[in-house]
Design a protein around this ligand. Structure first.
Ligand code: DHB
Length: 306
């Protein structure tokens, strides 16, 4: 059986499949559940400075074949309440990565510092929620902003800093370069694509918030393209995310340049049991191709394409 272990910015992962932020990461019990089901690590919901109820319903539209459209509104209990959930997941033995969102570099730095105190292995910065006013893409679409925020966070924590960048920008790889200049240890690509659904009977958007973020199978080719371009332009590791449902999807991302992966929408459809299946399928694919270690496949598709 192929070795699925990877080192990511100094953090040893037992396999490359991370629970993506915002999915199943609300409580210590749900984070532990994903870990016990075989995730290589779990990323929390994005946590902010104060409790947020999120947007009113409807917040999700389900497209059975190709994914989800959602606008939750960054609901979270706030940084003062959340650490107990992380501590519960850590007691269960999970490798936990804390996700935070802020409106400027001071807020990001303070939140990262606070979440670090819970013993997380790394901090991921949500620079890419596609619709929250004052957060996400509103602060993460310009390279200068990304670099400044990442630099401030890197100064405030000891753990590796991961920048989750948006595909809703002219040059996502340029944002990854900016994150690298700011001192990021890794970049995650991609977050959801800004998207819309219309209810023609009601003559209004389906989601209460209007615009939402598209995830799932439909965005896999976009994620692959971003990972591919980023891999060619930065030295830091890339975490691939967007529409990973099978071991084959995972291997495509790895050969495009991803060293680790995040799984989100597939959990919504299949529950955390998806992690066990993904590990098995990826291992089988590597065996079929005669690749003994996952790390040997990272970026493999670039070798023959100059
Ligand atoms: C939300 C946040 C995100 O980062 C995202 O990609 C989609 C939705 C939210 O909480 O609304």
């Amino acid at each position: 059986m192929a070795d699925l272990g990877v080192r990511l910015a100094g953090v040893a992962l037992r396999n490359p499949f991370l629970l993506a932020s915002g999915i199943w990461g609300e409580s210590g019990a749900s984070l532990s559940g994903a870990w016990n089901a075989g995730a290589g690590g779990v990323i929390t919901k994005s946590i902010g400075s104060t409790p947020r109820p999120g947007y009113p319903n409807p917040t999700i539209e389900v497209y059975e074949t190709w994914g989800l459209l959602n606008a939750m509104g960054l609901p979270n209990p706030g940084i003062d309440e959340y650490p107990r959930e992380i501590e519960a997941a850590r007691r269960a033995g999970a490798t936990v990565i804390g996700s935070v969102f802020g409106g400027d570099e001071e807020e990001f730095a303070r939140l990262a510092h606070q979440i670090e105190a819970t013993g997380v292995a790394a901090v991921e910065l949500n620079l890419s929620c596609p619709h929250a006013e004052g957060f996400g893409t509103e602060v993460g679409s310009e390279p200068e902003d990304v670099e400044r925020i990442v630099r401030a966070v890197v100064r405030s924590v000891r753990v590796p800093v991961i920048a989750k960048i948006t595909p809703n920008a002219a040059d996502p790889a340029g944002l990854a370069e900016a994150a690298e200049r700011g001192g990021a240890a890794a970049v995650s690509a991609i977050n959801t694509l800004r998207a819309l659904a219309i209810d023609v009977t009601l003559r209004r958007p389906v989601l209460a918030h209007g615009l939402g973020g598209l995830s799932g199978a439909a965005i896999k080719p976009v994620g692959l393209a971003c990972v591919w371009q980023i891999y060619r332009r930065v030295k830091i590791p890339v975490i691939g995310v967007g529409g990973i449902r099978t071991g084959l999807d995972a291997l495509e991302y790895i050969m495009a340049g991803a060293r680790a992966l995040q799984v989100g929408t597939a959990i919504t459809f299949g529950g955390v049991a998806v992690f066990g299946r993904l590990n098995q399928e990826l291992s089988d694919r590597l065996d079929q191709l005669g690749i003994a270690r996952l790390e040997d496949a990272v970026g493999a598709a670039h070798a023959a394409h100059l």
